[in-house]
Design a protein around this ligand. Structure first.
Ligand SMILES: NC(=O)C1=CN([C@@H]2O[C@H](COP(=O)(O)OP(=O)(O)OC[C@H]3O[C@@H](n4cnc5c(N)ncnc54)[C@H](OP(=O)(O)O)[C@@H]3O)[C@@H](O)[C@H]2O)[C@@H](O)CC1
Ligand SMILES: [K+]
Length: 504
């Protein structure tokens, strides 16, 4: 799979193993990196008046010296600007020695219109905020709106977290090597990278396979094989039954949106579980979706005893409080290993907030033997209610936070945002990169919760169901585009589901 995402530390390990395995040594890999950058620069800017290649003291600078040499050999006008000298004897020093151009001090960097900047200052080794001459170079490129081609990462962007240290180049395109890094996908890094081009520099799939990578970009390759397909002889309950808890009479719409989305995602039957006082309003708006009255845990217990595969959604419009907690814990199981036929619980919105002062009860129940799978869908505010210490820890990336929260809560975490991260208790995590701004609309989260439940009810494992739902939801948002409201999303899933069904 090429959708593995390597941390800078994992990439350094891949470099070491690739060098040990051959055929390329360190300078061999670096020459290929320089070649990839130079080829892309010439292809994208054949009429550039000049390429300004900015080289730092580490191996990122080494890639820059290699690119500068090749651009110069191709006949392009090249200016080389350096900050700090490469460590003697290292690969970057070899690459600098192979480059016939004399570097000028970055302190004097100037660039006119029509020129292109190649940023090889800092990549995976970024260790402090950009300042001084490097920060001035960023200012010049930004003010003059010069196209920037970033080598590995735009200098200033952390490969681990996507955060900006000090300031950073806004790249038009970023050439990275072997696999993407979290900083290419997490915000704001994703935006600062521009287009990300993966270059093969000779680090083979076998080497990456040895690293047992657990981080992925969320693409269909990650979950398509397990995407539910109805068997020819199926019937509606075998396709899974989703139950969505409704709020009171003035807050029922969110549950119905979730229910509709679960049905579109392929659940064979969907029921809205409504408080008695909201039965009429729910009944007035439901057709193929069923309705059942549930006011207390005793009634809920009878539904849970029904052993058909089922998934539950609790949260959209439900209200915050003890009732939400009691219902959620009942759905998860009694902690005694009771197999209640429930595939999973999607805890969203008010369902999450209800546990703000009682997180341990949720986490312990979710971790008990035989508990139903728990999927939580917090946005940033909800995340901080349940995981305040993680949320406030600036040393952690969004990826780290989601992963730690999943392990702590025994839940698959869908940590929402424009760079949604999905993380499983077993350490796997996926970063989503296809979100559309149109998705930021009321009710959009209710739809997502319903899609997750629809896939869970059909037996899709929780992490894969969460990844598939996030991808489908985002893709539906982008395909619909401007004017989108949450009611449009379930229908917008249909062509995507069709093409998934046709692609295998
Ligand atoms: N064969 C290979 O190994 C291959 C490697 N490849 C390439 O190597 C790159 C990683 O190389 P790298 O590990 O040398 O780190 P790099 O990003 O050059 O920076 C380290 C230097 O910069 C300095 N420094 C950092 N931040 C700073 C700041 N804000 N302001 C000032 N200084 C700062 C830092 O200083 P220090 O932290 O030591 O104080 C150190 O001197 C990777 O991105 C890819 O492009 C590819 O060619 C594939 C083959
Ligand atoms: K760079």
């Amino acid at each position: 799979m090429s959708n593995e995402v390597l941390s800078p530390a994992e990439m350094a390990e891949a470099d070491r193993r690739a060098i040990a395995a051959g055929p390329f040594d360190g300078i061999g890999l670096m020459r290929r990196a320089g070649q990839a950058v130079a080829s892309l620069a010439l292809a994208r800017h054949p009429a550039a008046e000049r390429f300004h290649v900015l080289c730092g003291p580490g191996n990122n600078g080494g890639d820059g010296y290699g690119a500068a040499r090749l651009l110069h050999e191709s006949g392009a006008a090249v200016s080389l600007w350096a900050v700090g000298a490469p460590r003697p004897g290292g690969d970057a020093a070899l690459a600098a020695a192979e480059c016939p151009l004399t570097p000028q001090a970055l302190a004097g960097f100037e660039a006119g219109p029509g020129t292109v900047v190649i940023d090889a200052l800092y990549g995976a080794g970024l260790s402090k905020p950009l300042a001084g001459d490097a920060a001035r170079a960023v200012d010049i490129a930004t003010e003059r709106k010069l196209p920037v081609i970033a080598v590995d990462l735009p200098s200033g962007v952390s490969g681990d977290s996507g955060r900006v240290l000090g300031c950073a180049f806004q790249a038009e395109v970023t050439v990275t090597f072997a696999r993407k890094k979290p900083g290419h996908l997490l915000l704001p890094g994703r935006q600062l990278c521009g287009e990300v081009v993966l270059a093969d520099i000779g680090i083979g799939d076998a080497v990456i396979g040895e690293l047992r990578i657990k981080t992925f970009e969320n693409t269909p390759a990650l979950w398509q094989a397990g995407f539910p397909r109805p068997a020819a002889d199926t019937h509606k309950y075998r396709r899974g039954h989703v139950n969505v808890f409704s709020g009171g009479p003035s807050a029922t719409g969110a549950a119905r949106l979730s229910a509709l989305a679960a049905a579109r995602a392929g659940a064979g039957a969907v029921t809205v579980l409504s408080p008695g006082n909201a039965m009429q309003v729910n009944a007035a708006h439901l057709t193929s979706i069923m309705l059942r009255k549930v006011d207390d845990t005793a009634t809920l217990a009878a539904i849970l005893d029904d052993s058909r595969p089922a998934a539950f959604v609790l949260g959209p419009g439900f209200g915050v409080g003890e009732k939400a907690r009691d219902f959620a814990l009942a759905v998860l199981g009694d902690g005694q290993g009771r197999q209640n036929g429930v595939e999973g619980l999607v805890l969203d919105a008010d369902g999450i907030t209800s546990f703000e002062d009682h997180p341990a009860s949720l986490f312990i129940t979710a971790g008990a033997k035989g508990a139903a799978k728990l999927v939580m869908t917090p946005h940033e505010g909800e995340f901080s209610r349940l995981f305040s210490s993680l949320a406030g820890d600036d040393s952690l990336s969004k990826l780290d936070k989601a992963r730690k929260a999943a392990a702590r809560s025994h839940a698959v975490m869908i940590y929402k945002g424009a760079d949604t991260v999905i993380a499983a208790p077993d350490g796997r995590a996926a970063i989503n990169a296809n979100a559309a701004p149109w998705l930021a609309t009321a009710g959009s989260g209710d739809v997502l919760a319903g899609v997750v439940a629809g896939l869970l009810a059909q037996g899709m494992p929780a992490f894969e169901a969460a990844c598939a739902a996030v991808w489908l939801h985002a893709e539906a948002g982008s395909s619909f585009g401007p004017g989108l409201i949450a009611e449009d999303l379930p229908q917008a899933l249909v062509p995507l589901l069709r093409s998934l069904a046709n692609s295998t």
